[in-house]
Structure formats: C-alpha cells, structure tokens
Design a protein around this ligand. Structure first.
Ligand SMILES: [Zn+2]
Length: 54
C-alpha cells in the first residue's frame, strides 16, 4: 500500500520520500481515516441515516 507524503515546503502531496518539485524531504501524512477530526464521520452518519430510512 502506498503511503501519502506531504511536502511542508510547497504544501503538496506526493508518494515520494522527497518532493518532486523542490526536493525537500517530505513528511508522512497519515491516511484521513486515522484523522482525529474524522472527516468521514458526517458522511458515515448520513449513510447510516439513509440505510435506516429504507
Ligand atoms: Zn515541495
């Protein structure tokens, strides 16, 4: 599985250990599903609500 890296220099995402644009060493960006903000929480709840209504 590919890991997403983030370049703090140009604020872009890449799969490389180093940014293809500025060659800065990128930092590992955790997948969204592990985010404490839970971006998909609202979506999941909406889906659950949708399933319940059927
Ligand atoms: Zn960069």
């Amino acid at each position: 599985m590919a890991t997403i890296h983030f370049c703090p220099q140009c604020h872009c995402y890449t799969l490389q250990d180093h940014c293809p644009h500025c060659q800065t060493k990128t930092i590992l960006n955790k997948p969204a599903r592990f985010s404490p903000q839970d971006h998909y929480g609202k979506y999941r709840r909406a889906l659950k609500k949708l399933e319940a209504s059927e």
